[in-house]
Design a protein around this ligand. Structure first.
Ligand code: ZN
Length: 159
């Protein structure tokens, strides 16, 4: 396993559409292991392959435990939540983003087996955020606005 460099801001890789995974081989497993390690090191909630320069439809989320998703798609989504959201590729900033409150994803695991996973609240938000990365979309494209420095300081006080 190895830490990978997280691309930031205007890196063109963040704006590309990632391709489907077709080989569930050791290379994919290494990518998934590296994503998990890099995510943990960065103390984040989710990390998508294009954020480390690999244009494949793969992401990991770690909120209540690590979930690896390969070729994910939204099977259903409902509800609405408003809240603040950050991104490891946009350091030091947070934005207000409206997302579905409940999302069910269909995806494959590292061996190619299909499964479904449900997320509510923060997990649903993370699923949508990471899925957007696979299509070259950043939260800044769909946010209402950035939080002010004062608002960020207020949030940090609550934690
Ligand atoms: Zn992100």
């Amino acid at each position: 396993m190895a830490l990978r460099t997280i691309l930031t801001d205007d890196d063109p890789a963040l704006r590309k559409r990632s391709r489907e995974v077709t080989n569930f081989d050791r290379r994919l497993h290494t990518l998934l292991d590296d994503l998990a390690e890099t995510l943990e090191d960065a103390n984040g909630a989710g990390l998508a392959a294009p954020q480390v320069g690999v244009l494949r439809r793969v992401f990991v989320v770690n909120i209540d435990g690590l979930i690896e998703l390969v070729n994910p798609r939204i099977a259903c989504s409902d509800g609405e939540q408003e809240g603040s959201e950050g991104c490891l590729s946009i350091p030091g900033k947070l934005g207000f983003v409206t997302r579905p409150d409940h999302v069910t994803l269909e995806a494959q695991d590292r061996h190619g087996k299909t499964f479904t996973v449900e997320g509510e609240g923060l997990l649903a938000r993370a699923f949508c955020h990471e899925l957007d990365h696979l299509n070259g979309i950043l939260y800044t494209d769909i946010m209402d606005r950035f939080l002010t420095v004062e608002e960020i300081a207020e949030l940090e006080k609550e934690e």
